[in-house]
Design a protein around this ligand. Structure first.
Ligand SMILES: Cc1cc2nc3c(=O)[nH]c(=O)nc-3n(C[C@H](O)[C@H](O)[C@H](O)COP(=O)(O)OP(=O)(O)OC[C@H]3O[C@@H](n4cnc5c(N)ncnc54)[C@H](O)[C@@H]3O)c2cc1C
Length: 496
């Protein structure tokens, strides 16, 4: 057992190969330095030296009200144009379904643009997990509605003309202005949708999936013109045209400002570059970034950035990584495990490499806390945000507990730092190391009973969880079984 607290560490259960409880220490541990570049500095008692990200005065129901209100305006617009008369004939009904599907399918596409914008207010209100889930279902909803628009409009027109649906489709694509473009847009949307079905996504790398997703922008642009040129609601009503164009401008503007403008401004202002790379264990490195005015970069422990290392073989991709030390105004530290081709490259990134950053993102922070006491549950490399939270969360002595689960002793990173922090902050750390199902660990050390045994006052704590997908699902369902209220459970998934 390492660290200043090792003398009084004690085993937690026979099943854990390295479980320890770290008691109080009276003196702060000495700083540990690394050769070259920025050095790791021992945690201070008070670490909050940079501003916190802005808290937006918005709640989720404000956003739902806005979206619902707009949906009603769209329906009112359709009714105002006399389209209820269409419902008098079967052909009219089918065509009307096609028109409504077009309006709401496009509306969902515009909502998708906002969801893709990585806006800080959206992140603040919903968090990335909910945004990702919404992005997925809004995306599928939009594609189904646009597909329904194509089918119902074609069939409705064919019924009215007495022609065949195939002939009508060819007629629409060949003779109506910009309808061919919108046909191509629909094909692109369907390709993006198919690539996002879970089975297809598992087969493709993140980069392939992401590149296919970029076609969404082309599809949106291609679909736009036919709406104004042939859409029954827009050809004769200037107000409706202005309203529709305003929706596009708003959605595209949000995307441009937050997805492109803000990262350019942040990266330009702070000019981040790699100041040090430190091996933390097998296939795990800490990358220290420094730059200008880092004491003015608003970020909290638990948040993450999308990092784009400007190297000849990596500048074109950006991946998400959590900060692994509380913000200190001098450097940002990221600790990265080799889990694939890009993270393997990063193990050897050179000092001096410029880094373009997007963020910070995430609500896995102290801002969500509801209780005085906290339990942090980490698995594997999921320790990174929790290591930063252990350093930053204000907590009275004895109020903070960290459970760190790893399969092998070599997977435990930061053991020394965690022990230092635990000593300094009066926190308790339990290391649960071993293979589940092995003779040393016959049962899951994170099942509800084990959690309750390790942390008897679980009910009175906020619980922060980050780790591999399987572990997280087990811990989260265990917490639900223990009836920990949803508002006390916070988690970050390291997956897209
Ligand atoms: C919010 C968040 C914070 C993260 N923080 C850390 C961290 O502090 N330390 C760390 O080592 N890892 C972290 N990760 C995971 C890290 O982003 C992936 O391991 C990395 O992107 C893998 O890229 P790759 O090309 O090496 O591997 P790949 O072979 O492309 O992927 C390996 C795994 O990583 C996931 N992944 C790949 N690219 C992305 C991406 N751009 N966005 C989301 N998931 C992706 C895939 O689902 C796959 O399961 C975090 C992920 C997220 C979403």
């Amino acid at each position: 057992m390492n660290g200043p607290a090792s003398a009084t560490n004690s085993a937690v259960s026979a099943a854990t190969t390295a479980a320890a409880t770290t008691p109080r220490a009276t003196t702060a541990p000495a700083a540990r330095t690394h050769p070259g570049g920025v050095a790791y500095s021992a945690p201070a008692r008070k670490t909050r030296r940079v501003p916190v990200p802005r808290a937006w005065p918005l709640k989720d129901y404000d956003v739902y009200a806005l979206l619902g209100g707009n949906a009603l305006v769209i329906l009112a617009m359709w009714i105002r144009h006399g389209n209820l008369h269409e419902l008098a004939t079967p052909a009219g009904i089918v065509t009307a379904v096609g028109e409504i599907a077009a309006l709401y399918g496009t509306y969902l596409v515009l909502i998708q643009l906002v969801l893709m914008s990585r806006s800080p207010w959206l992140d603040h209100v919903f968090g990335q997990d909910r945004i990702t889930a919404a992005h997925r279902w809004v995306g599928f909803g939009a594609i189904w509605l646009l597909f329904a628009h194509f089918i119902f409009t074609t069939v409705g027109y064919a019924m009215a003309d007495g022609s065949s649906p195939v002939g009508e489709a060819l007629n629409l694509l060949g003779t109506y202005p910009y309808v061919l473009w919108s046909g191509i847009a629909l094909v692109l949307f369907v390709v993006v949708g198919v690539s996002s079905v879970r089975a297809a996504r598992r087969m493709a790398s993140y980069e392939t999936w992401y590149t296919i997703h970029l076609y969404t922008y082309l599809a949106i642009a291609l679909g736009f013109m036919h709406q104004l040129a042939v859409g029954v609601d827009f050809t004769t009503d200037l107000v409706a045209r202005i309203y529709w164009i305003a929706l596009y401008v708003l959605a595209a503007g949000t995307l441009l400002v937050f997805r492109f403008g803000q990262p350019i401004a942040v990266s330009g202002r702070h000019r981040l570059h790699v100041a040090n790379v430190v091996q933390e264990g097998p296939s795990v490195v800490s990358i220290y970034l420094t730059g200008n005015e880092l004491d003015r970069l608003a970020v909290r422990a638990g948040q993450w950035f999308r990092l784009r290392f400007l190297t000849s073989n990596g500048w074109w991709r950006a991946h998400p990584f959590s900060i692994s030390a509380a913000p200190n105004g001098r450097y940002l530290r990221f600790t990265i495990k080799d889990l694939g081709d890009y993270t393997r490259l990063l193990q050897r990134v050179r000092v001096g490499t410029r880094v373009f950053v997007e963020g910070p993102y995430g609500i896995f922070t102290g801002a969500r806390r509801t209780k005085a006491k906290v339990l942090l549950v980490a698995g594997g490399i999921g320790i990174t945000p929790l290591r930063a939270l252990l350093e930053e969360l204000p907590a009275a002595r004895g109020n903070m507990t960290l459970i760190y689960r790893a399969s092998h002793e070599s997977d435990v990173v930061f053991r020394h730092e965690l022990d230092e922090l635990a000593s300094l902050r009066g926190a308790t750390v339990h290391y649960l190391v071993g293979r589940r199902g092995s003779p040393d660990m016959p049962s899951d050390p994170l099942d509800p009973k084990a959690l309750r045994r390790l942390v008897p006052d679980l009910q009175d704590r906020d619980v922060y969880v980050c780790g591999p997908a399987g572990m997280m699902e087990r811990v989260l369902s265990g917490l639900h079984r223990l009836r920990i209220p949803e508002s006390q459970i916070h988690y970050e998934r390291f997956a897209f």
